[in-house]
Design a protein around this ligand. Structure first.
Ligand code: COA
Ligand code: NAP
Length: 259
């Protein structure tokens, strides 16, 4: 059977680990050529090796998404290797729990710079390098964008901005045949994000509040990205797709009929 993304160039920013590396593997299994980017040379080359071991053509580039000139050079290198970019994922992010009174202005700015400015940079710098018409852009956002959370004022503000960057670009770039969407994952097991936000003791409590009563898997987010990038989603743009076990619905524990 023909692989769904055979010959397509998929560029994933923030792909040295976790959900975004999982997305890269999802596209690799469907025949795509991968460019993966993150800050650490060592981690991103290990990720590229992992993708090559899985049978994909893969290029690793070390670059910080806060470095616009670095991103321009990264796209030039990626396009020289694999041609124009068909699918672009922007998922680099930083987060930690901190009460607002303990958060320095620089700490707030750091997270906004990585998540929000970084997403703008990754998308904006891609324009001349996108396969147009037909390119699909996907931001990785979070429930924090719409649900205020204590000790995450920085990530909530940043991800709210990511949702608006997604929607505004969808409006502006739609006429060129470029679709722009976002995925909002719920709690995904075995990720740095969940290690930072919830200790194992809280796991049961968090799961008990979810309609589907369990953490998601990286594969769940990869499947959503494959759908959004596919021809089957050709009329979908400007949407924020929750892949979150019902997290966005609120506390399901209180509403449960029976367990
Ligand atoms: N609580 C409060 N402030 C913190 C903090 C914490 N846990 N961690 C970092 N900061 C502050 C630092 O003190 C610094 O502020 P200051 O200059 O006023 O002292 C500021 O944040 C920047 O820290 P720095 O370590 O220089 O930033 P960085 O750019 O090297 O790293 C982070 C970015 C802080 C977001 C880091 O945690 C990171 O690299 N995260 C990526 C992985 C991740 O978060 N994964 C989950 C994704 S959801
Ligand atoms: P992760 O493994 O820490 O992934 C973050 C990635 O971003 C890493 O590859 C990191 O690599 C890269 N990165 C960080 N700062 C960067 C920068 N300035 N420039 C370039 N790359 C940078 O965390 P994760 O939990 O899988 O999260 C991935 C995405 O999913 C994030 O956007 C997060 O907000 C979102 N999300 C996660 C969850 C969850 O349950 N985990 C839930 C909702 C949303 P380097 O260190 O090499 O730079």
């Amino acid at each position: 059977m023909t692989k769904r993304f055979a010959g397509k160039h998929v560029f994933v920013a923030g792909a040295s680990s976790g959900i975004n590396l999982g997305i890269a593997h999802g596209f690799a299994a469907e025949g795509a050529k991968l460019t993966v980017l993150s800050r650490s040379e060592e981690k991103i080359q290990a990720a590229a090796r992992e993708l090559r071991d899985a049978g994909a053509e893969a290029l690793g580039i070390a670059c910080d998404v806060r470095d616009y000139a670095g991103l321009e050079a990264a796209y030039a290198q990626a396009v020289a290797a694999f041609g124009k970019v068909d699918v672009l994922i922007s998922g680099a992010a930083g987060n930690f729990l901190a009460p607002a009174v303990k958060l320095s202005a620089n700490a707030f700015k750091t997270v906004v710079d990585i998540d929000l400015l970084g997403t703008f940079n990754v998308f904006r710098a891609s324009w001349d390098h996108l396969a147009k018409p037909g390119a699909s852009l996907i931001a990785i956002t979070a429930g924090q964008a719409v649900h205020p959370m204590s000790f995450q004022i920085h990530a909530c503000a940043a991800k709210a901005g990511v949702n608006m960057v997604t929607k505004c670009l969808a409006l502006e770039w739609g006429p060129a045949g470029v679709r722009v969407n976002a995925i909002s994952p719920g709690p995904i097991g075995d990720t740095e994000g969940m290690r930072r936000l919830a200790d194992p003791e809280r796991e049961k409590q968090i799961k008990g509040r979810l309609a589907l009563r369990d953490y998601g898997e990286k594969r769940d987010i990869a499947e959503a990205a494959l759908y959004l990038a596919s021809p089957e989603a050709k009329y979908v743009t400007g949407t924020i797709l929750n892949v979150d076990g019902g997290s966005d619905l609120g506390d399901a524990g209180a509403n449960a009929l029976a367990e």
